[in-house]
Design a protein around this ligand. Structure first.
Ligand code: HEM
Length: 329
């Protein structure tokens, strides 16, 4: 699959403009595979529009890039990248939004609605799920929207923060993604930006955080801040802390430095470096901590691979959703 790597760092934000937008339709079930220029003739400005709108969203709130990036991941790990995560519950369809990894946690649906409406006005009557890579990598496009969602797969396929390394690698492997993809996609590739809620890091900070971080004075200060954000005795479940406290809104490799220091916020993050089984991933963490360019390049590759997870059913009976939130009547 052709892909161009354009890893760049924007000073303050990572414009991970991955958007699930109703864009332009593939005309038949045996359309050519996903390509980079799928929309070149039907809506040549669509990628520009999405980048511009996503840029605007990130300027209005830096966290928006993280929200959309995570939406992309949670979509792709359930039935492939088919927009199923965007579907609201109806009487006939149980969507994925209330599955345990998503409920009260996955956000950014309004961003998608807003961008979709811009695309619709520029290219009316041209629809379908369009997954678009942002300024840092190009994602081949041309999918159809699924007519289904899977609450059950959302519960089983999406890794959870307290899972061990082997089971996380298995979940990636099951979908055809390698150990390297796990290591780059997961922590820094994604967790270099954004936040987590207390209920997802409580076990970690009252568990082995002190052990992995070696109790250095700086780590102790940070740990006590985390503990005041997230009390042990319950309460404050929705209080948030940055996944990468050094540079929470910058897409950089400092997250790998945190892992080297034993300060990963989620158990699943720190596992990549500290697990007894982390033979291969530990080496990758060390490599990416030293060499940001290697990380950016591999991140692009992993994101493209993840974005290429397709839903075979959507190729056959996928559709062009009029609204991202509902299948067509
Ligand atoms: C082992 C795999 C992964 C696990 C266990 C995991 C888990 C989590 C958890 C628990 C949170 C915090 C959610 C909350 O507290 O509400 C989070 C946030 C986030 N995750 Fe992951 N994640 C994984 C992989 C990924 C991947 C592959 C991506 C993207 C490619 C990603 C992108 C993000 C982003 C950007 C955020 C911050 C969202 C925000 O600020 O609201 N994660 N992740």
């Amino acid at each position: 699959m052709a892909a161009s790597f354009r890893p760049r760092i924007l000073a303050m934000q990572f414009l991970a403009a991955i958007a699930f937008i109703s864009g332009i339709i593939r005309s038949s079930a045996d359309d050519p595979p996903l390509t980079l220029d799928y929309y070149a003739s039907s809506c040549p400005t669509v990628l520009e529009i999405i980048r511009e709108e996503m840029g605007r969203e990130v300027l209005s709130d830096q966290r928006n890039a993280a929200l959309v990036l995570r939406l992309h991941f949670h979509d792709c790990f359930v039935q492939g990248c088919d927009g199923s995560v965007l579907l609201d519950d109806t009487v006939t369809l149980r969507g994925e939004k209330t599955a345990s990894p998503n409920i009260n946690s996955l956000k950014g649906f309004e961003i998608i609605d807003r961008i979709k409406s811009k695309v619709e006005s520029a290219c009316p009557e041209l629809d379908a799920v369009l997954l678009v890579g942002g300024p840092y990598w190009d994602v081949p496009v041309g999918r159809k929207d699924s007519r289904s969602a899977s609450y059950d797969l959302a519960n089983t396929n999406i890794p959870t923060p307290n899972q061990g390394l082997i089971s996380i690698i298995y979940k990636f492997f099951y979908l055809g993604l390698s150990v390297t993809d796990t290591c780059t996609c997961k922590p820094l590739g994604a967790h270099t930006i954004g936040v987590a809620r207390c209920e997802n890091f409580r076990t970690r900070i009252y568990g082995d955080y002190e052990l992995t971080s070696g109790g250095s004075p700086l780590s102790e200060v940070h740990l006590s801040q985390l503990k005041s954000t997230c009390p042990a005795a319950g309460g404050g479940d929705n209080n948030i802390a940055p996944l990468d406290y050094e540079t929470p809104y910058t897409f950089d490799n400092s997250y790998y430095h945190l892992l080297l220091n034993g300060e990963g916020l989620l158990n699943s993050d720190q596992e990549l470096y500290s697990s007894l089984l982390a033979l291969q991933t530990r080496k990758l963490v060390e490599q990416y901590a030293l060499d940001p360019a290697a990380f950016f390049q591999q991140f692009s590759i992993s994101m493209i691979k993840m974005g290429n997870l397709t839903n075979p059913d959507s190729f056959v009976d996928g559709e062009v959703r009029k609204s991202c939130r509902f299948i067509n009547a």
